[in-house]
Design a binder for this molecule. Sequence first.
Ligand SMILES: [Fe+2]
Length: 273
Amino acid sequence: MKVPIEDYFEDILGKAARGLGLSASQIADQTGLSRDAIGKALRGEFNEDHVRRLAGPLRLDAEALVAAGRKTWYPNEVDLEGLALFNTVYGDMTVNAFVVWDPATGEAGIFDTGAEAGAMLTFIEGKNLTVKSLFITHTHGDHIAAVDQVVAAYSCPVFVGEGERSTIGQSFSPGKGFNLGSLEIETRLTWGHARGGISYCIQGLKRPVAIVGDALFAQSMGGGMVSYRDALETNRKALFTLPDDTVVCPGHGPMTSIGEEKRVNPFFPEFKG
Ligand SMILES: [Fe+2]
């Protein structure tokens, strides 16, 4: 199943406006648009001229924002041995979890659980993988809903970044490394959406992989619920410094790559053109 793009252009506008703390009247002052026009844009009425005028004050890339509004882009398909995505329904949305394994040894890690882990467990059994650990990107409910189910199945340790201040597993400091067979996992702090969000950067498959939770989405990013500024900044430092062919595995929406996000993600104008 093709996982749909998570955010529409109006979600992007809303996240930027909230993140920058701009009220509708401040945006009206800066764009010359009426509050009515701004409200329509935020509700998803796409008017290209209005969207272009909104981009500057919201520090978004105008072309990328217009492209999001036209809904024509979708990331290149990712087909990588040693990586599988599981998309499950959580309330009125869907959430991703991932399995990564060393194809040579079958040693595997689970990254977040999604709403329900049944399909993932069946897949792991079918491939005869040996689950070593459950790694958590952040502890929002949709990402950890099936921790008990996974632990019951594999009695594996659960690792969670210390900034999350959670008791669901063993805390670790960002920068700590892990191994799955010959695969090497580096942990990077990508906080701002969550207090202690972790991105797991994995080397050893045919392409580098980054499992990022809600730090970055295809063509968007998670909201800066803790700090929008730090969400942007840690993405720039920790994720956009990865090689362009790195597969990005977000908590919502389809997989993408660092190279594609440099071109299409409206939140990061500095990589365009
Ligand atoms: Fe989240």
